[in-house]
Design a protein around this ligand. Structure first.
Ligand code: CP
Length: 360
């Protein structure tokens, strides 16, 4: 059975095909209006969302299917202590496919291991958000008419920004893309993204704290919100929360065909004056999100009965050591085993991918 947990679960060819199907739906939506007749999508949102949940729901409705679900952990039996595994086993009895968002890193992987129906990761903590990445890829493909030979500025919270991590991983698979990584010291891109993705694939990148320094070189500026919910203390959040505000003045030296993106929601990192700029693509990006999710739901339902033989290339060990990441799903689901995967000469938690130095 196919799930989508990480954008790298999809090959480049599969992503290109999803983009092609999404564009076809955009052109002729009525041709797809009965594809999911009698199918049900469950949206299990343990964390707030506007775009992801509602775009999944409208995607399924526009495909002729129906939707069940919840929009907060408090309105489900999670509030009584039910585990993610038991929740998805239960929901699997009522529906055909699940889109799930959870505040803990690795929760979607846990769900996929126990679910009888396909799981789509709609965001797991600060870890992955693959359907936002598919949305971003369709946006770039539609607005720039290519996915290669682009200089992409990523600005703001590059440390906890799951959309940033997934987009870098995805765009690194297309030829000759370069990254300008713009963040304050405390929100820099994690080392493993630099080592395991950028450096490993010889991708050019520059780190800077100055949003204007390379503005004239950018084909895309991808702004992100500093996420209050990922900080351990309000003080730490307050130090960086207003680090960048994109204004018309910031864009003075930018290219005429710059594409301005943001996964949204925004707080104040793009001034509303920029909304009038035709290069501001972030509300068009929202719409692309519905079409690519329609294409994804169709693909995963079509491949529901496909048997995936994942070739195991990495060594896995079960240990007494708990994962040190307080945001890992293992921190709240005590019965999950502590499993570490040996990859690139280090042991990483199977669920959240945090390195455990004591094992390495
Ligand atoms: N981009 C995104 O994930 O938005 P929501 O949090 O509103 O779903």
């Amino acid at each position: 059975m196919r799930n989508l947990i990480d954008i790298l679960d999809l090959s480049v060819e599969e992503i290109d095909e999803l983009i092609k199907v999404a564009k076809s739906i955009m052109k002729s939506p009525l041709d797809y209006s009965k594809v999911c007749n009698h199918k049900k999508l469950a949206t299990l949102f343990f964390e707030p969302s506007t775009r992801t949940r509602l775009s999944f729901e409208s995607a399924m409705i526009e495909l002729g299917g129906s939707v069940i679900g919840f929009s907060s952990a408090n309105s489900s039996s999670t509030a009584k202590g039910e585990s993610v595994a038991d929740t998805v086993r239960t929901v699997g009895c009522y529906s055909d496919i699940i889109a799930m968002r959870h505040p803990k890193d690795g929760a979607a992987l846990v769900a996929s291991e126990k679910s009888p129906i396909p799981i789509i990761n709609a965001g797991d903590g600060g870890h992955h958000h693959p359907t936002q990445t598919l949305t971003d890829l369709l946006t770039i493909s539609a607005e720039k008419e290519r996915l290669d030979n682009l200089t992409i500025g990523m600005c703001g919270d590059l440390k906890f920004g799951r959309t940033v991590h997934s987009l870098i991983a995805a765009m690194s698979r297309y030829k000759n893309n370069k990254f300008i990584l713009i963040s304050p010291e405390g929100l820099k891109i994690p080392e493993y993204i630099k080592k395991d993705i950028l450096e490993k694939n010889n991708i050019e990148y520059i780190e800077t704290a100055d949003i204007e320094e390379y503005m004239d070189k950018l084909d895309i500026i991808y702004m992100t919100r500093v996420q209050r919910e990922r900080f351990d203390s309000e003080d730490e959040y307050n130090k960086v929360k207003d680090c960048y505000v994109l204004k018309n003045k910031t864009l003075e030296k930018s290219k005429k065909d710059l594409c301005i993106m943001h996964p949204l929601p925004r707080v104040n990192e793009i001034s509303v004056e920029v909304d009038e700029d035709p290069r501001a693509a972030y509300f068009r990006q929202v719409k692309y999100g519905k079409y690519i999710r329609m294409a994804l739901i169709m693909k995963l339902l079509e491949e529901k009965d496909t048997i995936i033989n994942k070739t195991k290339t990495n060594e896995e060990i079960v240990s007494d050591l708990k994962c040190k990441n307080p945001r890992c799903i293992t921190s709240i689901e005590q019965e999950l085993p502590n499993i570490y995967v040996y990859t690139n000469k280090v042991y990483r938690c199977k669920y959240c991918e945090t390195i455990n130095e004591l094992l390495t």
